[in-house]
Design a protein around this ligand. Structure first.
Ligand code: UTP
Length: 307
């Protein structure tokens, strides 16, 4: 890497949304603290960023998200208790939530004015450097290399904004930012246009933006002048639309499987798949599913009727 090239060391986690799709669970608990097996969604997101080389985690929170700050803070009482009982494995588990050398910063979004506004709240902490944005409710199992690791590798080569994208069935286009682009390499394309939540008939392609972004700091200036868009919110998509008129913005089709854990169905799918990979649970849980749904290809519908 030449001296002019920059590294991604900061990640912004917008966690100030209301999580209405998960009410009543999210009335007093943040959506990002919902566990998939034994880890909250926000911890998976933090680990993904750290694996990609990030050492400053910036959380954009709201008044009802205290639990997130507590999760990443030291818990003296619990650590002392576990140490006194000699439960060293559990002690390490609790301590390792934030590895050494990684710092956490919190900034409040006073009103939920949209994802674009949430990212803008991090402006003074990020400063004048490119940064990552991770939406914790999009849980991505990247296998050997996390999604953000893959994107940072692409950034190190291209040194421009990059959005994580995946192909979706076009009937769901009204839930995503959708792009049109031209291919420029393996999994990489140059974005030509972006539109927030279009009807399927207006979607420029079947490529949807998911909750992973690497953005240049120019995005902040553009967000400051972005008017309220869809849903009366300041949309990150609108500012990215302005960005790509000034700078190259790429799309990266990540390797891995994404779970939309902001929806109940996606969350359940993630819980099952992660339990089936969990070293402590995999065997017993597989046994349970076999019994529950029949060993030899028994029909799931029959098992449900029997239950
Ligand atoms: P969502 O569109 O999933 O909204 O936000 P939400 O409020 O979290 O959930 P629902 O739709 O009501 O169930 C996408 C991401 O942007 C953050 C959310 O926390 C989530 O990570 N966000 C959204 C903010 O931080 N601030 C906002 O004003 C809006």
């Amino acid at each position: 890497m030449s001296s002019k090239e920059t590294r991604i060391t900061k990640a912004v986690f917008p966690v100030a949304g209301m999580g209405t799709r998960f009410l009543p669970a999210t009335k007093a608990n943040p959506k990002e603290m919902l566990p998939v097996v034994d880890k909250p969604l926000i911890q998976y997101a933090a680990e993904e960023a750290i694996a990609a080389g990030v050492d400053e985690l910036i959380f954009v929170t709201s008044s009802s998200k205290r639990a997130i700050e507590d999760h990443f803070d030291k818990n003296y009482e619990m650590e002392a208790e576990l140490a006194a009982k000699g439960k060293i494995d559990l002690l390490n588990l609790v301590r390792d939530v934030v590895p050494k050398g990684v710092s956490c910063v919190y900034v409040r979004q006073a009103e939920a004015l949209g994802l674009g506004h949430a990212v803008l709240c991090a402006k003074s902490i990020v400063g004048n450097e490119p940064f990552a944005v991770i939406l914790a409710d999009d849980l991505i199992d990247g296998g050997n290399a996390s999604c953000m690791q893959q994107m940072v590798a692409a950034f190190n080569e291209k040194q421009c904004s990059i959005l994580g994208v995946e192909k979706i069935p076009i009937e769901y286009s009204h839930k995503y930012g959708m792009i049109s682009s031209e291919e420029i390499g393996d999994r990489l394309s140059r974005i030509k246009s972006i539109i927030e939540k279009p009807d399927p008939a207006d979607a420029p392609s079947d490529l949807a933006v998911v909750g992973r972004y690497i953005l240049t700091p120019r995005i902040f200036g553009l967000l400051e002048t972005t008017p309220r868009g869809a849903g009366g919110e300041i949309q990150l998509t609108d500012a990215i639309d302005a960005l790509l008129k000034e700078e190259e913005v790429l799309a990266y089709q990540f390797k891995g499987k994404r779970y939309d854990c902001g929806s109940k169905l996606g969350y359940l799918k993630a819980s099952i798949d992660y339990a089936l990979q969990h070293p402590e649970l995999a065997d017993d849980f597989t046994e349970y599913l076999k019994k529950r749904f029949g060993q030899n290809g028994g029909r799931i519908e029959d098992s449900i009727k029997r239950a």
